[in-house]
Unconditional design. Structure first.
Length: 444
């Protein structure tokens, strides 16, 4: 349009058969440093000499003078972009090396040596994890079913009875206590933590704050991540060295959902990271809740394997040291309406599930008794220990509420005389001695 206007005014629109823009464009060969981010082509060579602007009249001269400077303006405007283009095209390429910083290799944790030693001291065959209590409300309900009162004094007396057993360190490597137990004292004025540590037993505490609904399918998640750093710091000052985080896994033909697996695995990894950052070795308890149905033991093994693999993966994402982590899992069994598997079947599927998911660096594996009878739980735990004898991690049973139910019933009936023949303290000693001897007995 500008050239047409010049022609109408009588100004020459072409110079020797070349338009003004063609004359302003460089005739030299364009180098590989051409900028593909704009519509202009530029070159390091100067453009062809042009007639002086004074030889042109009016607007054409001004236009020609401006168009001759377009390549130089392109160098100024697109300098940085052209440099990137030349680098991509192989011109003046430089090799960049990424140096790993110390924090990008492995986080430095001043408590790591202590946490590894705590987990290693629990991975001993012949010992067990004493879990004689649960949440205050559930413990009160268990005491009432046994015939005792469910108030705070009864809970304190039950803890003192269990943890005050002479030679407890011979049977148990660690004991799990509730937050309420950390504030209680014995009749002699000693704290529960001092009572356990004097017997050579590590103190573990439950650091979560219960379960909460996760979705509309009845699946649950674990609460307590918000205040977990402060709680772990207080627990460490109280003498606790292991933090127990629970999670619940629904198992049926339809459950669990993928969302529940991802969310719970992420929460477990975050809790383990926070515990280790505050000096507590992580004890991850994965409770398998069987819904009514006849799903097989193969289905249970698949569900547990899927969740454990996601959990280990998320722990690696959050830089959790697996040498300072202990897993507490249920043994693989079928649904409530399925055929009860034999001990060797439970051992085969449980060992296969653990070996497929847990790396060799795992500190220890604890086996929950679940809702099995004490005899069946001890027999299955021994079978799993024999099947996992060549595994890089040690398998240790948990002495939970179901195993200690006969002891609690005897304690509720004979609280006045606990040391006599046939009394509760003798029942507890015999039970722990039987569990220890079953683990250490010869395979024949």
């Amino acid at each position: 349009m500008l050239l047409a206007a010049n022609e109408a005014r009588g100004a020459p629109a072409r110079i020797s058969g070349v338009t003004a823009f063609e004359a302003a464009a460089p005739r030299s060969r364009v180098l590989p440093g051409r900028c593909w981010h704009c519509c202009l082509r530029f070159s390091s060579r100067p453009p062809r000499p042009l007639p002086p602007p004074s030889s042109l009249s009016g607007f054409s001269g001004e236009l020609l003078d401006f168009s001759a400077r377009i390549p130089q303006l392109a160098f100024l405007v697109c300098g940085a972009t052209a440099a990137r283009c030349r680098a991509r095209r192989g011109w003046r390429q430089t090799t960049r090396r990424r140096v790993l910083q110390p924090y990008a290799i492995e986080p430095i944790n001043p408590f790591m040596a202590e946490m590894k030693e705590s987990v290693k001291s629990m991975a001993v065959r012949g010992l067990g994890l004493l879990d004689a209590e649960c949440e205050d409300s559930r413990l009160s309900a268990s005491l009432q079913r046994a015939g005792a009162q469910g108030d705070e004094d009864s809970r304190q007396a039950w803890r003192e009875f269990c943890y005050g057993l002479e030679g407890l360190g011979k049977y148990c490597a660690a004991a799990v206590v509730e937050e309420e137990a950390l504030r209680q004292e014995t009749l002699e004025g000693r704290s529960i933590v001092d009572l356990l540590r004097s017997s050579g037993v590590l103190v573990a505490a439950r650091v979560d704050q219960g379960f909460s609904p996760l979705n509309s399918f009845g699946e649950q998640g674990t609460s307590g991540l918000v205040l977990l750093p402060e709680r772990c710091e207080d627990f460490y000052k109280s003498g606790v060295r292991i933090g127990k985080w629970r999670t619940q896994l629904e198992c049926s033909l339809e459950m669990p959902t993928d969302v529940a697996v991802w969310e719970n695995a992420d929460m477990v990894a975050k809790a383990a990271q926070i515990c280790q950052a505050n000096g507590l070795a992580a004890l991850v308890e994965i409770e398998t809740s069987h819904a009514p149905g006849s799903h097989s033991i193969e289905r249970t093994a698949y569900v547990c394997e899927k969740f454990l693999s996601h959990t280990v993966r998320m722990m690696n994402e959050y830089d959790v040291n697996l040498e300072a982590v202990a897993f507490c899992v249920d043994m693989c069994t079928g649904g409530p309406e399925a055929i009860v598997p034999m001990s060797d079947q439970v051992a085969i599927y449980t060992t296969r599930m653990l070996s497929r998911t847990l790396p060799p660096a795992t500190g220890c594996v604890f086996l929950l008794g679940g809702k099995l009878s004490p005899q069946e739980a001890v027999r299955n735990a021994r079978a799993v220990q024999d099947a996992a004898a060549a595994a890089p991690w040690q398998v240790v049973p948990v002495y939970g509420p179901s195993l200690l139910a006969p002891v609690m019933a005897a304690w509720a009936k004979g609280r006045q005389d606990q040391d006599g023949p046939g009394r509760p303290r003798e029942v507890l000693s015999r039970l722990l001695e039987v569990c220890r001897s079953v683990q250490l007995a010869d395979a024949s």
